[in-house]
Write a protein that binds this ligand. Sequence first.
Ligand SMILES: *[C@@H]1O[C@H](CO)[C@@H](O)[C@H](O)[C@H]1NC(C)=O
Ligand SMILES: *[C@@H]1O[C@H](CO)[C@@H](O)[C@H](O)[C@H]1NC(C)=O
Ligand SMILES: *[C@@H]1O[C@H](CO)[C@@H](O)[C@H](O)[C@H]1NC(C)=O
Ligand SMILES: *[C@@H]1O[C@H](CO)[C@@H](O)[C@H](O)[C@H]1NC(C)=O
Ligand SMILES: *[C@@H]1O[C@H](CO)[C@@H](O)[C@H](O)[C@H]1NC(C)=O
Ligand SMILES: *[C@@H]1O[C@H](CO)[C@@H](O)[C@H](O)[C@H]1NC(C)=O
Ligand SMILES: *[C@@H]1O[C@H](CO)[C@@H](O)[C@H](O)[C@H]1NC(C)=O
Ligand SMILES: *[C@@H]1O[C@H](CO)[C@@H](O)[C@H](O)[C@H]1NC(C)=O
Ligand SMILES: *[C@@H]1O[C@H](CO)[C@@H](O)[C@H](O)[C@H]1NC(C)=O
Ligand SMILES: *[C@@H]1O[C@H](CO)[C@@H](O)[C@H](O)[C@H]1NC(C)=O
Ligand SMILES: *[C@@H]1O[C@H](CO)[C@@H](O)[C@H](O)[C@H]1NC(C)=O
Length: 826
Amino acid sequence: MPQKNKALCSIAFLIFTSIIQSCSTSKDTITQNQSFKDGDILVSSGSTFAFGFFSPGNSLNRYVGIWFNTVPEQTVVWVANRDNPIQGTNGSLSIEASGNLVLRDLSNNRLVWSTNISGLAADSYFAQLLDSGNLLLLQGLNQSTSRVNLWQSFDFPTNTLLPYMKLGVNRTSGHQWTLTSWKSRDDPGTGDFQDKLELNSSPPQFFLFQNSEKIWRHGPWREHYLSQLPDTSTGYVFSSSYNESDAEVSLLYGLPDPSILSKVTVNESGFLEFATWQDDQRKWLRFGSFPNDICDYYRQCGAFSVCGPYKSGEFECQCLPGYSPKSERDKHSKNATNGCTNKLTGEQFCGNISSVDVEFIKLTSVKLPDTANAIGNRTMGLEECADLCLKNCSCTAYANAYTDNGGSGCITWYGDLMDMRQLSNAGQDVFYIRVSQSELAQYQKNSKRSESKRLIIILVPSVGGILLLIYSTWLVLLKRKDGQSKADDCTDKKALDLPTFKMSSISAATNSFSLTNKIGEGGFGPVYKAELATGQMIAIKRLSTDSMQGLVEFKNEVILISKLQHRNLVRLLGCCIDGQERMLIYEYMPNKSLDNYIYDGETRKGLNWRMRFNIIIGIARGLVYLHRDSRLRIIHRDLKASNILLDKEMNPKISDFGTARAFKEQQLLAKTIRVVGTHGYMAPEYITRGLYSMKSDVFSFGVLILETVSGKRNRDFHPDQDHNLLGHAWNLWNEGSVDRLIDELMEDQFPALEVERCIQVGLLCVQRRPEDRPTMTTVLSMLDSTNSVLPQPNQPAFSNTLICVENSLNKMRRTNGITLTVLEGR
Ligand SMILES: *[C@@H]1O[C@H](CO)[C@@H](O)[C@H](O)[C@H]1NC(C)=O
Ligand SMILES: *[C@@H]1O[C@H](CO)[C@@H](O)[C@H](O)[C@H]1NC(C)=O
Ligand SMILES: *[C@@H]1O[C@H](CO)[C@@H](O)[C@H](O)[C@H]1NC(C)=O
Ligand SMILES: *[C@@H]1O[C@H](CO)[C@@H](O)[C@H](O)[C@H]1NC(C)=O
Ligand SMILES: *[C@@H]1O[C@H](CO)[C@@H](O)[C@H](O)[C@H]1NC(C)=O
Ligand SMILES: *[C@@H]1O[C@H](CO)[C@@H](O)[C@H](O)[C@H]1NC(C)=O
Ligand SMILES: *[C@@H]1O[C@H](CO)[C@@H](O)[C@H](O)[C@H]1NC(C)=O
Ligand SMILES: *[C@@H]1O[C@H](CO)[C@@H](O)[C@H](O)[C@H]1NC(C)=O
Ligand SMILES: *[C@@H]1O[C@H](CO)[C@@H](O)[C@H](O)[C@H]1NC(C)=O
Ligand SMILES: *[C@@H]1O[C@H](CO)[C@@H](O)[C@H](O)[C@H]1NC(C)=O
Ligand SMILES: *[C@@H]1O[C@H](CO)[C@@H](O)[C@H](O)[C@H]1NC(C)=O
């Protein structure tokens, strides 16, 4: 007891001294001949991180580590001596004669921990804590002399990954970056769970391990996104980046807004957790964690079977199309837990390339199989890939790898396909499995009978064009029949009092939805142009039949837009519901959407200032109507150039209400779990906290103004790598030279003051704090009147920051070149 009291006393003393310490000194370096004692603290230059001695949870052991300096609850992100604690407060760190940073217990002069680099020259060294949370050992006397980075804590992660910290392997040195859980809240020692790269599969895969057993396989890492992560797939909250080269395989993540504190942790109960610090709630908010449900666990189902759908603890394994349960007994119960098989084997399965028996089926919304028995090729294209798979009898599937949608890269699988699950984010993972035509036909029949069309199938035109044609006609016929037998929900339609169109007239008008009539891809499906028998031009938005999300958005759009009428909103003429088909019919906009003008050099020239101003004002009027004047208060949530359609006279019309939300009269703010929208247009509070309000639309509108004036796309425009369009505009504003933002392709004659006023309004709209942004009503009056004095804008959100990881990678590449990479993400 007395011993414990004594220790508690000394801890209390420590806390006291560390408070004193952090008030008086807040240096971020340890230099040679200077000892760093228990109680001393380093604070990074921006005060984000602190480094020093600490005791975790209820433990009295002393450890050296890095933690978030501004977060009230102790949040340690790195520990030096995780498996070698110090008892008592006699620990001391110093840069010893060897040049290494060494931790000793002075009670017995025991060596506790060391950066342990051999062969450092007799020179001067110092350690520095960066604002990214990275502790560096540098060569030189002080910060202003040369900085050769000899060692960095980012290379030795413990249980936490911070932005721009890598997970993976350095292929040159063989060094692995892994995350390993703590033993418990009170003990940062090496725990049972580890997240690391497994190199002997191709392409390499990241796994969460419990000791040596795999418990979760990460989704397929692509260059600019990873699927299966909350919101990352669309690059919203955590954007991640995967790099596979001869020198390294690595994964890192970043945040669009670096002022937000975030972390990815392997926790003690075996989950990979993504969290951000919520200042207002004063707690860490979990954005997601893996494994997330039963189907996430590794190899939950057998070969050739897919896990899901799952509901509260139950799961189901389903055979891939063309496959059936392995054992005779299971065949009757259709139980695919033990795996599935394709009846045909060997030669038969292989087929004869010149005959048409072998076919590939495209699967979407399924997690790509384990690549343990696959071969990846970073340069091969999809067609060549298909060919490769077709020619090799043991190839069971292929997929496009590494690049999003249709780029280069090929994975071919041989033998069993394992560890697949259904995904809810449709359309991102696509792969093609080999089946025989006869098996496929069998499958179609069965699945029709059992109505279990959960896997989405699209036949790929690889061989047998004629057969395909017959087959797809058959499918269409099938679909028609299905439609007739199902009760259609015309009730919605009737309640809404919308004019209806006949399927036959729509079909005739679009030449049976021919590709030549297709003019684009909307929120939930393709858009066709058509001419009715009356000569009226219409645009038809057709809901993809396989999209659940689409159905939700479709209904949303019908409900909202049918109640709205304004000259700056696109007009809904009616709808067409026929069997499974759902279509919305709009007035046709011959000049397409704004993005066709403002980003494109040639067409941009034709857009003079009057037209641009007219477009800006028109959008503002449409938004005022949505926010204030319509019967409902409506937040559009996905305002962007491609959703602004232009009529014959180039009048703007806001379209795409699939993600819009109606607010009750009094409601001003709402929160959503699912952040939808488009990168580059979304307000910071919406991206990071899911909060949306009229002010999030105002933010998007501000981006639109700046884009329209400058002819540049916010997302892609990085004049000097560190700034996007908003940052660029802000810089020019501060230099008093906003005229340089004006599109150089715009014809000369324009009232400079009016343009600059527009830019100022744009900057007011993109201010970081929603409460600083004007309402749309104010915006409209600012634009309309030329003599009122406008307030001065504050710095916009996302201005001096790296808006996406790709960008920061560029930056890293530039700072690179010395021994190790110096990371200064924040
Ligand atoms: C550290 O101390 C040693 C011996 O006292 C001295 O030779 C050396 O110059 C000192 N280094 C620095 C950087 O002050
Ligand atoms: C720390 O070291 C001093 C001698 O260097 C010793 O007297 C003291 O007891 C030590 N304290 C602890 C807690 O070990
Ligand atoms: C330092 O590295 C050597 C080999 O490189 C290793 O044998 C030794 O255990 C390490 N020492 C510490 C304190 O990590
Ligand atoms: C850094 O070291 C150099 C010599 O190595 C010295 O000239 C300079 O004054 C030092 N700067 C600071 C800020 O101490
Ligand atoms: C990988 O290791 C090599 C050799 O040690 C080193 O030169 C290189 O900088 C390392 N790369 C990274 C990204 O750490
Ligand atoms: C991937 O890593 C290699 C080697 O470290 C580097 O040269 C390359 O630029 C990186 N690629 C990206 C996209 O960051
Ligand atoms: C680990 O993460 C999971 C999932 O986020 C959570 O349920 C669990 O409570 C966490 N465990 C600890 C010890 O934090
Ligand atoms: C499917 O088979 C597995 C293993 O044989 C068994 O545990 C499970 O209960 C079966 N499921 C059903 C629905 O029969
Ligand atoms: C493939 O089919 C073609 C035409 O049916 C036939 O001439 C050829 O011999 C077959 N090849 C093999 C390897 O069976
Ligand atoms: C990958 O494909 C390319 C061309 O498609 C080929 O030249 C190259 O040899 C392949 N690489 C491997 C490792 O098979
Ligand atoms: C098919 O691919 C596998 C795996 O790469 C290889 O071992 C086998 O030799 C190939 N077979 C043929 C006929 O090319």
